[in-house]
Write a protein that binds this ligand. Structure first.
Ligand SMILES: Nc1ncnc2c1ncn2[C@@H]1O[C@H](COP(=O)(O)OP(=O)(O)O)[C@@H](O)[C@H]1O
Ligand SMILES: [Mg+2]
Length: 291
């Protein structure tokens, strides 16, 4: 197969891991920067140019689109799919997953449990909304944040109001969310490939920190998920329309709450923690779908 990995940086762990897994299976593989892809929209000559070269003969793309490239990245994916190229990620699913609000709406519409969340465009209603979301402390979250940046724990109503005021002033979209104490600064990442959980880890935030992102210095350990957790992770990926997904859940006595679903989940944390060849599972999935 002729596989293209859409990635801005060939040196990133996830990109390298996918390249190696493809090589090991004797595929031709190339890393292409989606931000340097020019799209020709013409029904007789629908094509992609990469740094002046017309791309032909590609069987599959594996998009690894960072949060700063969502818009053009999704257009590039759509273009390849329109050209008949198999993609491990659909542009509509990427766009849905990148918006925390739309993601939670889709999950709850499908009957899934998430932390109670509120969004309001009316700044003056904020004070009341803070009371409505749950007991203090509460979580304030940027809709388009990532790696735990823009996720804030606010201990008092006054403090929450000041933070919301600042976000409102800078026109940053945010939501407020009930704080799940029971999670104890940990979350569970389930990695789903084609409706199967292929690996899972528990991430524990550093002491004094509630965000369990590895980018925020959290530690990770391999974990055996309950049947319910596996079911919830697979369902969340399905609801979002993702063949490959990193589903983050908070563990509570009432069962898992889905926090978010990542469309371009990193491979480094999950592969090094679980020792599972996740990249290999992704290439195998591509192989099944192309042949
Ligand atoms: N409502 C919440 N209750 C408890 N912990 C939370 C809550 N929301 C987020 N967290 C913690 O903060 C981390 C980052 O939040 P998340 O919504 O996943 O944003 P990001 O996209 O930046 O990773 C989570 O992994 C979790 O550990
Ligand atoms: Mg997260």
């Amino acid at each position: 197969m002729n596989i293209v990995i859409l990635s801005r940086n060939a040196g990133l762990y996830s990109t390298r891991s996918l390249v190696n897994a493809a090589y090991r299976r004797n595929h031709d593989v190339r890393v292409i920067d989606h931000m340097r892809c020019d799209l020709v929209i013409d029904k007789n000559d629908h094509c992609v140019y990469y740094q002046g070269e017309k791309l032909v003969g590609i069987d599959a793309i594996i998009p690894r689109i960072g949060t700063t490239a969502t818009s053009h990245g999704s257009a590039v994916i759509r273009h390849f799919v329109n050209m008949g190229v198999y993609s491990t990620l659909q542009s509509s699913a990427l766009l849905l997953a990148r918006d925390k609000l739309s993601c939670l709406q889709a999950l709850t519409a499908a009957g899934m449990d998430v932390p109670r969340s509120i969004i309001s465009k009316d700044y003056y209603a904020m004070s009341e909304m803070i009371e409505r979301v749950g007991e203090l402390p509460i979580v304030i979250k940027m809709i388009k944040g990532t790696h735990g940046l823009g996720v804030i724990l606010s201990e008092s109503k006054k403090n929450a109001e000041s933070i919301l005021e600042a976000f409102h002033k800078s026109k940053e979209k945010v939501m407020i969310q009930e704080f799940i104490h029971e999670a104890k600064g940990a979350d569970v990442r389930a990695f789903v490939v084609e409706d199967k959980v292929v690996g899972a880890m528990k991430r524990q935030a550093r002491p004094g920190e509630f965000r369990s992102n590895l980018h925020r210095g959290a530690s990770s350990t391999i974990i055996n998920l309950t049947e319910e957790e596996k079911f919830v992770a697979r369902k969340a990926a399905r609801v979002m329309g993702l063949e490959i997904a990193g589903v983050d859940m908070l563990q509570t006595s009432k069962g898992p709450l889905v926090l978010e679903v990542n469309a371009s989940p990193g491979l480094e944390g999950i592969e090094t923690t679980t020792k599972v060849d996740i990249a290999g599972k992704i290439i195998d999935m591509v192989q099944r779908n192309v042949s």
